[in-house]
Design a protein around this ligand. Sequence first.
Ligand SMILES: [Zn+2]
Length: 189
Amino acid sequence: MRQLHNAIIVSLITASLLAVAAIVSPTIARAEPPAPEQAYAPNAPASGPWRSPVGALDLLTRFDPPPEPWLPGHRGVDLAAGPGLPVTAAGAGTVVFADDLAGRGVVSIVHDNGLRTTYEPVEPLVAAGETVTAGQTIGRLQPGHTSCPGRACLHLGLKRGPLYLDPMLLFGKGKVRLLPRPGRAEAER
Ligand SMILES: [Zn+2]
């Protein structure tokens, strides 16, 4: 008798849950799908679509992060471009910095998944807080970046949190370099 009683209770609970599920499921169906797994993989920083900020991807100086954070290095890539030409957002996001920084114009954009791109030296044409789309003009290129003397170039940086990444990864190029260490093999370079 007790077993029958329990079976009835279980049936009632099951029916109730099904009813609740039927009510709730349309909401669940409308919910945003979870971010794809690859968005968090170190070798796939791009949530895309990403676009070159200066048209053709003419790499002048490659990504060369220092073995320790306090050492000199090249924490981004230099892309060839003409002075005064428009610089565009590599991806959709929100401008978090657009101002002068130590005598050079800098624009930083935060994207999905915590990625941040930085463009310099540029004369900003956007302001902090603005949302931008991929390919939208955010500034005009200024001459004077130190690692490509004698010609204008855009220094493009990519970070996730405190970690600098090779910006060329956004465009399906570049190498993954996790936590560079002293004495790394020359082959990794
Ligand atoms: Zn540079």
